[in-house]
Write a protein that binds this ligand. Structure first.
Ligand SMILES: [Zn+2]
Length: 112
């Protein structure tokens, strides 16, 4: 049996052992997981199969994006804010975090 299906069956067993678990929710979860399995490998498998060169390029792209979003330089909004960051630059910083999280997920090094 396919390892993913075995894992799903094991998970289903644990759900059914819980008498308080909601049957409807379990069925919806199982349906979603089956659809996921039927759809094949997750998208990020494709990304993880990048060549070393492509990973380097992606690292550069992310580094550029991080540099672009890096809140630095004079901003009257930031100066006026008690937190030291205006709303726009706080948003930029959040995006930077997302870029770096994606890089970590893909095990890609980002030079900063
Ligand atoms: Zn600002």
């Amino acid at each position: 049996m396919n390892a993913d299906l075995t894992a799903l069956a094991a998970w289903l067993d644990t759900q059914l052992d819980d008498e308080h678990a909601d049957r409807q929710t379990i069925c919806e979860d199982v349906s979603a997981r089956l659809l996921q399995l039927a759809a094949g490998p997750q998208q990020d498998h494709g990304l993880l199969q990048l060549t070393a060169e492509q990973r380097d390029v992606l690292g550069q792209v992310l580094a550029d994006a991080v540099t672009y979003r890096d809140p630095s330089g004079a901003c009257t909004g930031c100066d006026a804010s008690p937190a030291g960051l205006c709303a726009d630059h706080a948003e930029d910083l959040d995006k930077t975090d997302l870029y770096l999280a994606l890089a970590r997920h893909l095990a890609i090094e980002v030079d900063r």
